[in-house]
Structures are given as structure tokens and as C-alpha cells.
Design a protein around this ligand. Structure first.
Ligand code: PHE
Length: 454
């Protein structure tokens, strides 16, 4: 363990940072749609079960490695399994979050661009016909998206280079409560719109017939991505949690916030979508086509209110993306600082250069580089496919196998129960151990194949 390594101030700070990583674009652009499409309230119950019985054990496995070693991904593997092939898992989980960061920053940049537009010119009723196609035009341009990507990544770099306590912790402590306040404000507005009840209905009407094996696999996959599993971010953040802290409580707190935010985001978005009389969708289209259309349409009756809501919405999206992106950034910085002896500043710059370059290629792959294909996919789609469909689940599987089958059980129990001092944790340890060793690996393989054939 490195001497003088930084730590989060306490449990609240740790949960806010972890929730910052978890709450991101996934909560806003995918969860609400999945709920509506996959059985409403019935899906929410399945999702909750997936979080508790699958994602929580995986989350804890990653957290236990980080917390035990107080080291980044590579160093952790070197400490717990020195001189073995497990170091490749350490390296894999340095590389995956950086690839993820490269293209996440492109989308974060688009959000920044839309925030800029909502502050400066807004979305007007006169543009209702073109506001949707404006998205395609914007992302295929070379310069503006590139500038937005640069600014977004630079913002992350500034926060990360300021350090774990004065940068990441401080930023999350301010941003996370703000995110909740903003999304609740939007929800109140959205629910007050005429016709909003159809959106509420879409989200809550339970339809158990939609709960098919593929629906369950989808719930598991979404909870996996939403909790930022498999790419070393949880491990790295957990390595900054103080020794005496209760990891289970931290994990439950993170899951609770992530789920709460996803649900509120659903009630903030879907009622407005239905009130505007359009079909709900998912993915970037929901944020960059559907929402601007709604703002333009709402602007007919209440231009000022709609403009204010648009700004609040894009601020929320930008900050949610920021708090996730800095967690990916930190994984690489921790590696360079701890394993390569670099200063934090230099490490931040180096990662900026690398991820900016890959991100720039991803950004240009919507325009000038559209014809450049890797396995038939654009550069952006290839990176996304590589991470979301392969490396995340692969990393998650290896983490689970490592803690469940390779690590010393006494050490795992010691971490899980805070050295045997927390009674509740002692009671549930056996359940955790069973889920980790037998259920989680099988479930991850199912997620993998579902993603693969989706
Ligand atoms: N959980 C984040 C989201 O919902 C994405 C993420 C994945 C962040 C992996 C960090 C690591 O958008």
C-alpha cells in the first residue's frame, strides 16, 4: 500500500463518489425505456432483484479487492496474486475504462453542445420540424463535436488532476445532491403537463407476461452497466475508502441512489414524452432528438418555462456524465501514479492525450471517417461493442472468479464483515459467498451471450 495514499473523507463521500460513477447516461437514456418496454412495475421488481442478488455481489467483489489492497487495479492483482497471470486482469481493467472514457467523452461532449444551445438560442417552436434532424447534422460535422469532446475531457482532467479529495470527492459532494434536486424539479414539471398520466402508466403498469428470460437477462445487463461493474472503476474508488469502513453498507447505499435516480429520471422523461404525443425510444435519440422536440413543442405555450427546463435538463445530463467519466479517468491515473511513479499531473495529461485521440477518431467516425470500418462497424460503434459486449462482462467475470475462487476466504470474510465486527454482515456473509461463487459467474455468462446475440 502506497504511503500517504489519499482517502475519501467518510462513508458519505465514498457513497457519493461511487454513486457518481454509477449514475450516468445509462440511467437517463436506457433505464426509463427498458422499464416501459419490459413490463413496467414488473420489470422494476426484477431489476431490483438483479441489483441485490447479482450486481451487489459483483460490486462487492470488486470493492473487496480495492479495499483490501488500497491499490489500483494492476497493483491490487500484483499484491493479491503476485507473479501470476492475474496481472492481465489488472492491465485489462486499466485499458477498458480508458477506451470507454474515449467514446463516453464524445457523448458527454454532445450533451455539453446541447447545453450550450439550450443556454444561448434554445429550442424554438418554429424549429419543431428540424430540431430532430439537427442532431444528425451536428454529430456528423467535424469541428463542433470535436470541440465539445475536448472541453468535456478537459473538464474531467481538471477535476482528476486536483486529486482524490480536493478534486473527485469535492466535485461529487457538490454535484450529486444537485443532480437529485434538478431531476426532481424536472419530474415535477413533467408530471404537471397535460397528458402526463399516460407516461406514468407506461412506467408502472405491471405486465408480468413481458418477464421472459430475455427480459430478465436485459435487467441483469442494465444493472451491471449502471453500477459501473467490470472495468475497475469500483475497485479503484473502493481503494480510497478507509480501512474501517463497512463495504456492504457502502454498496447498498450506492445501489439505492443509482436505482432512485433511474426511477426519478423515468418519471421526469416519460410523462413529458407522452404529453408531447410521441413514441418513447432509447439511446442517444431520446436525449438529443426527442427531448429537444419536446422543449420546442412545450415552448409554444410556455416559452420561458420550457427554456428553463431545457437548461436544467442538459445541466443534469452533463453532470451525470461528468461524474461517471471522472471515475473512468481515475483508473488510468491511479495506475500511472502507483505503478509508473508518475506525478498525478503528468498522468492526467498523458491520459488526456491518449483518450482524446481515440475519442477524436470516434467523434469523426460520424462524419469524415464514416467509411472507416472495423469488422463492419464504425470506430465509435466498434469501441462501444468491444466494451459493452465483451470487456465489461469479461472483466466482471474474472473479478468474481478471482474473489470467489482464488482469494483466501478468510480475507474475503474479513473485508466483508469489517474484521468480524459488524453482526449483520457476519449473518449475510454465507449468502454473499454462495451468490458470488455459483450464481454470479453463471449470470454473467448469460449476460454475455445475451449481449452477443442481441
Ligand atoms: N454507470 C455509468 C452509466 O450509467 C457508466 C459507467 C460504466 C461508468 C462503467 C463507469 C464505468 O452511465
Amino acid at each position: 500500500m502506497a504511503v500517504g495514499r489519499e482517502h475519501f473523507g467518510g462513508r458519505t463521500a465514498a457513497i457519493l463518489a461511487l454513486a457518481g460513477s454509477a449514475i450516468g447516461l445509462g440511467n437517463i437514456w436506457r433505464f426509463p425505456y427498458m422499464v416501459g418496454q419490459t413490463g413496467g412495475a414488473a420489470f422494476i421488481i426484477i431489476y431490483l432483484a438483479a441489483c441485490l442478488f447479482l450486481s451487489l455481489p459483483i460490486f462487492l467483489a470488486e470493492a473487496i479487492i480495492g479495499h483490501r489492497t488500497h491499490s489500483g487495479t494492476f497493483g491490487a492483482m500484483e499484491q493479491l496474486a503476485p507473479g501470476t497471470k492475474w496481472k492481465w486482469l489488472g492491465l485489462l481493467t486499466v485499458v477498458s475504462p480508458l477506451i470507454l472514457l474515449s467514446y463516453y467523452s464524445v457523448v458527454g461532449g454532445w450533451s455539453l453542445g446541447y447545453l450550450w444551445q439550450s443556454v444561448t438560442s434554445g429550442f424554438h417552436a418554429s424549429e419543431i420540424g428540424t430540431v430532430t434532424s439537427a442532431y444528425g447534422t451536428f454529430i456528423s460535422e467535424p469541428w463542433r463535436p470535436l470541440l465539445c469532446h475536448t472541453l468535456f475531457l478537459f473538464g474531467c482532467a481538471v477535476i482528476v488532476s486536483a486529486g482524490v479529495k480536493s478534486g473527485i470527492e469535492k466535485f461529487n459532494k457538490v454535484t450529486m445532491p444537485l443532480l437529485f434536486v434538478l431531476i426532481v424539479l424536472i419530474m415535477v414539471y413533467s408530471l404537471s403537463l397535460p397528458g402526463a398520466s399516460a407516461g406514468v402508466d407506461y412506467l408502472v403498469r405491471p405486465d408480468f407476461s413481458k418477464i421472459t428470460p430475455s427480459g430478465v437477462a436485459a435487467a441483469m445487463g442494465q444493472s451491471f452497466f449502471s453500477l459501473s461493474l467490470g472495468v475497475g472503476t469500483i475497485l479503484t474508488y473502493a481503494s480510497y475508502i478507509r480501512k474501517e469502513e463497512n463495504i456492504l453498507a457502502t454498496g447498498l447505499g450506492t445501489i439505492g441512489f443509482d436505482l432512485m435516480f433511474a426511477l426519478i429520471a423515468g418519471f421526469a422523461i416519460m410523462p413529458a414524452v407522452f404529453a408531447a404525443g410521441i413514441e418513447p425510444g432509447a439511446g442517444p435519440g431520446l436525449i438529443f432528438e426527442t427531448l429537444p422536440f419536446i422543449f420546442a413543442k412545450m415552448g409554444v405555450g410556455a416559452p420561458v418555462l420550457s427554456a428553463v427546463v431545457a437548461v436544467i435538463f442538459f445541466v443534469t445530463i452533463v453532470f451525470a456524465a461528468f461524474t461517471s467519466a471522472i471515475s473512468m479517468y481515475e483508473v488510468g491515473v491511479a495506475y500511472l501514479v502507483e505503478q509508473r511513479g508518475m506525478s498525478r499531473h503528468k498522468a492526467t495529461v498523458l491520459i488526456f492525450v491518449g483518450t482524446w485521440t481515440l475519442g477524436a477518431l470516434c467523434s469523426l467516425s460520424f462524419g469524415p471517417l464514416a467509411e472507416t470500418k472495423i469488422f463492419g462497424l464504425s470506430i465509435f460503434s466498434f469501441c462501444d461493442m468491444l466494451i459493452s459486449n465483451f470487456l465489461m462482462t469479461f472483466g466482471g467475470l474474472l473479478f468474481v472468479l478471482f474473489v470467489g475462487w482464488k482469494m483466501d476466504k478468510t480475507a474475503v470474510r474479513d473485508e466483508f464483515t469489517c474484521g468480524g465486527t459488524v453482526r449483520f454482515n457476519c449473518i449475510v456473509f454465507d449468502a454473499f459467498w454462495f451468490l458470488l461463487r455459483y450464481i454470479a459467474p453463471v449470470a454473467i455468462v448469460i449476460i454475455f451471450f445475451t449481449n452477443f446475440f442481441a
